[in-house]
Design a protein around this ligand. Structure first.
Ligand code: SAM
Length: 324
């Protein structure tokens, strides 16, 4: 899909248009543009990758306010408007077919203080609904941590009152070709009268070993010494907390910003036990990105942005379900 124009408006090359066939200014083009999709809190591009995989080359109006996330997305070929979603004029999205968003999760996730809507950042969770009710796109896709499900239920009721049909629930990215256990609350809605249910699960689960060519017997995760009497894994004479580690024969546990400190217990070519860091490129693959995704920013910020991103294969499945 290319750049569409607002219906009823003269085309930029229309001789009847004031100014004739002269090249329109960038400002005029921005006004005339009708994006296919509005993507909010667009981040480094996990959801953008999924949109592209599901729907092809789209004109996306993608709003994001973090400089590193903007730089990463642009390096990967995804456009970004660097702006605050809460203050960006919604008129720029008028006429769009879909709204997709994964608002910030820190106020809701287990790792944060869980201030939820008491935190100004937590209140941003309502922005996609505000945009959807104003723009009335044909379809809506929202994704967040499982703790947000009650809010998605409220939002779905508001969308149904506005003429949508929809579904919300918790899905696991591991069921959508992502080599990671990652539960997410999603909302899918459409306004064309067609029903929407949960996205159809893919058949096979992918292990970390299969995704990355690791030995199935390897173990990986955050190495923390085990307290006496606790479930522990012995590696090279040391005891480590079992719950922080996974066998590579399984999908990864949920990627968080702490993945910057993950290690992998494996064996070298001579069969000796060795511990190696889990690299950003490997965590990218565990999150469903390609290994050479062009992350930008400081090392810790790259891991955090990656951990906050929507896994592209999950995003693809959600968008496909809401649009076909
Ligand atoms: C959960 S992440 C979204 C990740 C994105 N869906 C992806 O797959 O890459 C939330 C994003 O919202 C951005 N953000 C937070 N507050 C914002 C605001 N007020 N306006 C625009 N973006 C904001 C953060 O920088 C972060 O990139």
């Amino acid at each position: 899909m290319g750049v569409r124009q607002r219906p009823g408006l003269p085309s930029a090359a229309d001789p009847a248009r004031p100014g004739g066939d002269a090249a329109p200014s960038r400002c005029a083009l921005a006004f005339l543009r009708v994006p296919d999709v509005v993507e909010l809190f667009a981040g480094p591009g996990g959801l953008s990758e999924g949109l592209r995989a599901a729907l092809g080359d789209l004109d996306v109006l993608a709003v994001e306010n973090d400089a590193d996330a903007v730089a990463t997305a642009r390096a990967a070929g995804h456009p970004r408007v660097k702006a605050d979603v809460a203050h960006y004029p919604m008129r720029h999205g008028r006429g769009c077919d879909g709204v997709a968003a994964a608002p910030p999760c820190q106020s809701f996730s287990m790792g944060g203080l869980r201030l939820r809507e008491a935190d100004p950042r937590g209140r941003l969770v309502h922005e996609p609904l505000r945009w959807a009710l104003e723009l009335r796109p044909r379809w809506v896709v929202l994704e967040q941590v499982p703790e947000v499900l009650p809010i998605w239920r409220r939002h779905l009721r508001a969308l149904v009152d506005a003429g949508y049909r929809g579904w919300c629930g918790v899905v696991n990215a591991v069921d959508y070709s992502t080599p990671q256990d990652r539960r997410r609350a999603v909302l899918l809605a459409r306004r064309d009268g067609r029903p929407v249910g949960p996205p159809v699960r893919h058949l096979a689960r992918i292990s970390a070993a299969a995704a990355l060519g690791w030995r199935p017997a390897d173990q990986f995760g955050l190495p923390r010494r085990a307290d006496p009497g606790r479930h522990a894994v012995e590696w090279n004479g040391q005891l480590y907390r079992e719950r922080d580690l996974r066998r590579a024969s399984q999908p990864s546990h949920t990627v968080t910003g702490k993945a910057r400190s993950w290690q992998r217990w494996t064996r070298d070519a001579q069969g000796r036990p060795v511990v190696v860091p889990v690299e950003l490129a490997e965590v990218s693959v565990l999150q469903g990105f390609r290994a050479d995704y062009p992350w930008r920013g400081l090392r810790s910020n790259r891991f955090q942005a990656l951990a906050n991103a929507t896994p592209p294969p999950l995003a693809r499945a959600l968008v496909a379900r809401a649009t076909r």
